[in-house]
Design a protein around this ligand. Structure first.
Ligand code: SF4
Length: 475
């Protein structure tokens, strides 16, 4: 039975950051020419991988935890409608206001309206994939509101007028000399004698952000988890800047993808063990902030929760693809992916890069709008092994490749191959022909045109000296 939360519409075009301007191969081509980018990526992914591997090895029940995380997410997907209604009721009872946004346009309009009603012309932001996905910063700027990112890496990306290239380390493609240049050019009030020493750069950002925290009355965040049984929202982060945003302002607006709900607190316990070890390689997350509605005299006195669909119901409607919604955005699959390590995140065109992006973005937008992404993989399976909630990304990639429309010549060739394999005599003749072709010298040279593209990046399997049929007949 297919599960529907609402109408399974894909994310709308013309808004947000789920579609690139180029196909993956074209964008990857530019990225591969950038030696500095590849060095930065290799260094960062190798470091995180090593750290993560060491702390995961400390847990004897890591595989059981992965299974528990996977089962919990499957339960959430099967009960998403009732869990979201429960979350809405609890948040409302605790003094929050819940808004439902079918897509990016609706979510942006809701947030813009809420900010305008406060009278503030500026918002501070906690690092959030959901708000990047819907292009909230662009929508706020168009509406005359200045959004300021407070996560250090996101701030670097924002000041550099750039795009994030990693889920966890958005400025992974920048080195410290580049960051110094960005700060000197775009950070208000920065010391002109700024050096590229990392502590000096961090201090400059801290000074700028502290002033901003203390003078801004509205914050916008995402949420890593929403606990249905109590209406509690949770944000995990490493710097403490998120906590400043979540506690200092008068108004807090949280945009949460509908798949982030979890049933209860014991379920959160599983994810809080999985996430830090798989993402930053830490045993425990440095800053975990949780809040339930509004507490008089403590923290933001106005709380709004925007529940975002933007294509998620369409993903949920596909039983073979819906596990992409299990993702807890740890980025472990990026750090082990040989394709990501060479191309970086921008080549994926979407705010979701790497293996998870290759399966999530095409499903959120409809496969036709991101048709090259399911091919951005060697299908080596490293992402599946690394994923803390056991998302079988390789199988999903193959499933999505079958949904992409293929050239007429390829479809005709596949039909012919299927017909041949279905007719034993014809198949035997084809085997003999393949053997003759080998003798005729195609060996090592790939297929002839128009099929040469198929073997341009693959070895043509060698035809054996003796087929099974020949061997059988000889006995
Ligand atoms: S797919 Fe798995 S490994 Fe990749 S970011 Fe999501 S949870 Fe992490």
């Amino acid at each position: 039975m297919t599960t529907f939360l609402g109408m399974p519409a894909t994310a709308p075009r013309g808004v947000g950051n789920l579609r690139g301007d180029e196909t993956f191969p074209a964008a990857a081509h530019h990225a591969l020419a950038d030696d500095q980018l590849r060095r930065n990526l290799r260094h960062a992914t190798t470091t995180i991988r090593g750290k993560s591997g060491r702390v995961i090895a400390e847990l004897p029940d890591w595989q059981e935890l992965r299974s528990a995380g996977s089962a919990l997410k499957a339960f959430v997907m099967a009960n998403l409608d009732s869990l979201l209604e429960q979350l809405e009721a609890r948040v409302t009872a605790a003094g929050g206001v819940v808004h439902w946004a079918a897509d990016a346009n609706e979510a942006n309009a809701i947030v813009l309206d809420l900010v305008r009603r406060t009278g503030s012309e500026r918002v501070i932001k906690v690092k959030s994939m959901a708000t990047q996905e819907i292009g909230l910063n662009e929508a706020l700027e168009a509406g005359g509101i200045q959004p300021i990112e407070t996560d250090l890496a996101e701030l670097i990306v924002q000041l550099g007028n750039d795009k994030p290239s990693h889920i966890l380390v958005p400025a992974i493609h920048r080195n410290r000399a580049e960051i110094r240049e960005i700060f000197l050019k775009s950070m208000p009030g920065v010391d002109p004698d700024l050096t590229d020493d990392p502590p000096v750069l961090a201090a400059a950002a801290r000074k700028y952000l502290r002033e901003t925290f203390l003078s801004t009355t509205v914050a916008v965040s995402g949420a890593n988890f929403g606990i249905a049984e109590t209406g509690t929202l949770a944000v995990v982060e490493s710097e403490g800047n998120g906590r400043m945003c979540l506690t200092l302002p008068d108004t807090l607006i949280t945009v949460m993808g509908i798949e982030k709900v979890v049933p209860s607190w014991p379920d959160l316990e599983v994810f809080l063990q999985l996430l830090p070890r798989a993402s930053t390689g830490e045993r425990m997350n440095p800053y975990t902030t949780m809040w339930t509605g509004v507490t008089p005299g403590d923290g933001p006195q106005n709380f709004h929760l925007v529940l975002l669909d933007n294509g998620r119901s369409a993903v949920l409607a596909d039983p073979a693809g819906r596990a992409a919604l299990h993702c807890i955005r740890c980025s472990a699959c990026l750090n082990v992916c040989p394709v990501y390590e060479r191309t970086g995140g921008h080549a994926y065109g979407s705010v979701y890069p790497g293996p998870i992006g290759a399966v999530l973005s095409p499903q959120l937008t409809g496969v036709a709008d991101n048709a090259s992404l399911p091919y951005a993989s060697s299908l080596c399976g490293a992402c599946f092994d690394a994923c803390p909630v056991k998302i079988d990304i390789p199988s999903m990639l193959v499933h999505l490749r079958n949904k992409v429309s293929h050239p007429a010549a390829e479809r005709a060739a596949m039909r012919a191959a299927a017909y041949t394999m279905d007719h034993p005599k014809l198949y035997a003749r084809a085997q003999r022909a393949a053997k003759l072709a080998r003798i005729a010298g195609r060996r090592g040279r790939g297929l002839p045109p128009p099929f040469s593209g198929w073997t341009a990046s693959r070895d043509l399997p060698e035809v054996p000296q003796q087929t099974f049929r020949d061997w059988w007949a000889s006995r």
